[in-house]
Write a protein that binds this ligand. Structure first.
Ligand SMILES: Cc1cc2nc3c(=O)[nH]c(=O)nc-3n(C[C@H](O)[C@H](O)[C@H](O)COP(=O)(O)OP(=O)(O)OC[C@H]3O[C@@H](n4cnc5c(N)ncnc54)[C@H](O)[C@@H]3O)c2cc1C
Length: 472
């Protein structure tokens, strides 16, 4: 029998950005909140490039000033095709006039700790090193939760359980409700490098997305997370991974085939080959597999799955943290209705919030599917600049910028129609013809300086400790 039968309004499993954001908003509404986090923070994690649309959340949560001191700024994204001959740069300042046009690249160990500490300071009870092992949802208006901490089992009760366990998908797996997106079956490897050459737009903070050749069906995501700390993530299809795994194992790399594969790809892609020639790896390789999935039923009268715990698509548009945090904010309002007005009203409010959350996720899903469709548009081959001779197309350009900046929740219906238009080969080729091969197609900057991007940060405060490693 476990110890400690305390009763809370909300128990949140997982203290990543989704769990911490839920905890802060629920605390501000006056509820007793317990966060059970399996790891001790800081712990490293993937998901380092954040979208400008996160900015108001950071401001509201009270972490923006700290973020400005700690993290590299991100003015936009640059897409390059697989042989490095074509690229396009998308600058957020083309559509955003206030300071949020400079977003962030974060070290997740630091960022997640900042948010979790904030949840503590707002009065949430946070127990690190506590792994949730069981939840009983039989009583529609209460939950019983078991967690282990340092080999001891503890029992807790609450009115409502929030699953924010990320890719562990604690509840979806227990409810037998986890489904995969077969068409997004990819694997990711990521690590940090020191001694990399800061050129090609990295020196001015751009997120770099480099397409791999079509048979690998993947890309590199490269972002500076310190003055001398470059994060380089590799995404490839499972099919390609299997072929390569076999090849490396046959040649004697039983134990280190993942690293060998990662290094092979780094050496083959023109951009990574150039910038990492003199660099060395600064932390263990993280491998993330099985990451495109969803759960059918993500909430009920006593539970909700938020952030990655209920759905994850693909990291190409760096959308995960924002989707998780904004969904948490929206759900906190719905849960407040439930606590104040009762289960029926609460379920209605959750249904309403979920409609918008689904709208945002579906929009990202459409964007992701278009990105991977070899017959559809290639972002490396489009210029982001707007000039007078394609005035009529400025709206379309703005829309792509807005999508890349994270405008998923406000206008998803409109954007969805726009993406359908781009899928029509005739309309797309008309749109594309007006914009490719412009003189500034190869621009590698959004006009920001090294000082503006890296000025305030100090690499020495980067905290890297434990790594969650999954088997690919
Ligand atoms: C390769 C890759 C690159 C990505 N790049 C980006 C990017 O650039 N930008 C972006 O916004 N997103 C990116 N993402 C997505 C991003 O990582 C996630 O969307 C984001 O971390 C989700 O936050 P979360 O709080 O829902 O889950 P997590 O951040 O995963 O947090 C979940 C927490 O729950 C804890 N936990 C798990 N099980 C239990 C348990 N049983 N009991 C208690 N605690 C538990 C874990 O320890 C963890 O701390 C990327 C994802 C991948 C795979």
């Amino acid at each position: 029998m476990g110890k400690d039968k305390r009763v809370y309004d909300f128990i949140i499993a997982g203290g990543g950005p989704t769990g911490s954001t839920s905890a802060i908003y629920l605390r501000r509404k006056g509820y007793n909140v317990l966060v059970l986090e399996r790891e001790y923070f800081p712990r490293q994690h993937v998901g380092e490039s954040l979208l400008p649309f996160c900015f108001p959340l950071f401001q509201e949560l009270g972490v923006l000033d700290d973020m400005k001191k700690r993290f590299v700024r991100k003015p936009g994204a640059r897409f390059t095709n697989h042989d490095g001959t074509k690229s396009s740069t998308w600058c957020f300042r083309n559509i955003i006039q206030d300071e949020s046009y400079l977003s962030f690249h974060v070290v997740r160990a630091d960022f997640d700790k900042l948010l979790l500490d904030k949840a503590k300071s707002e009065g949430a009870t946070v127990q690190e090193g506590s792994k949730v092992t069981e939840v009983n949802l039989d009583n529609p208006e209460e939950v019983a939760v078991k967690a282990t901490c340092e080999d001891q089992e503890y029992d807790y009760r609450a009115r409502f359980f929030i699953d924010a366990t990320g890719q562990d998908t604690f509840l979806a797996r227990r409810l037998g409700d986890k489904k995969s997106y077969q068409e997004l079956d990819r694997i990711a490897f990521l690590t940090h490098w020191k001694g990399a050459k800061y050129t090609q737009g990295i020196d001015v903070g751009l997120l770099q997305i480099c397409y791999l050749p079509p048979h690998k069906s993947g890309w590199f995501g490269i972002q500076p997370v310190g003055k001398d700390r470059l994060s380089v993530g590799l995404i490839i299809s499972r099919k390609y991974l299997k072929e390569q795994k076999e090849k490396f194992k046959k040649s004697g790399h039983e134990d280190d085939w993942q690293m060998q594969l990662y290094l092979q790809e780094v050496r083959e892609a023109p951009l990574t080959k150039d910038i990492l020639e003199q660099a060395h790896i600064a932390q263990p390789l993280i491998a993330v597999s099985d990451y495109s999935y969803y759960a059918e039923r993500t909430f009920g009268s006593n539970f909700a799955m938020l952030g990655d715990s209920g759905k994850f698509l693909d990291p190409i548009f760096a959308s995960g943290v924002y989707l998780g945090m904004n969904s948490s904010k929206m759900f906190a309002d719905a849960l407040d209705v439930m606590m104040k007005s009762g289960t029926t009203e609460g379920l209605q409010a959750m249904t309403d919030a979920k409609k918008h959350i689904d709208g945002a996720y579906n929009l990202v899903e459409k964007f992701v599917n278009i990105y991977y469709d070899p017959t559809s548009f290639n972002l490396a081959e489009l210029s982001s600049t707007s000039e007078s001779n394609y005035q009529g197309y400025e709206t379309a350009f703005s829309l792509v910028h807005y999508l890349l900046a994270g405008d998923f929740f406000n206008n998803y219906e409109r954007y969805s129609e726009f993406l359908d238009m781009l899928r029509n080969p005739k309309q797309f080729s008309r749109w594309k013809n007006l914009v490719i091969d412009r003189p500034n197609l190869h621009e590698k900057t959004c006009g920001t300086t090294f000082e503006a991007i890296f000025g305030e940060i100090d690499d020495n405060i980067v905290r890297i400790t434990s790594i969650n490693k999954e088997n690919a």
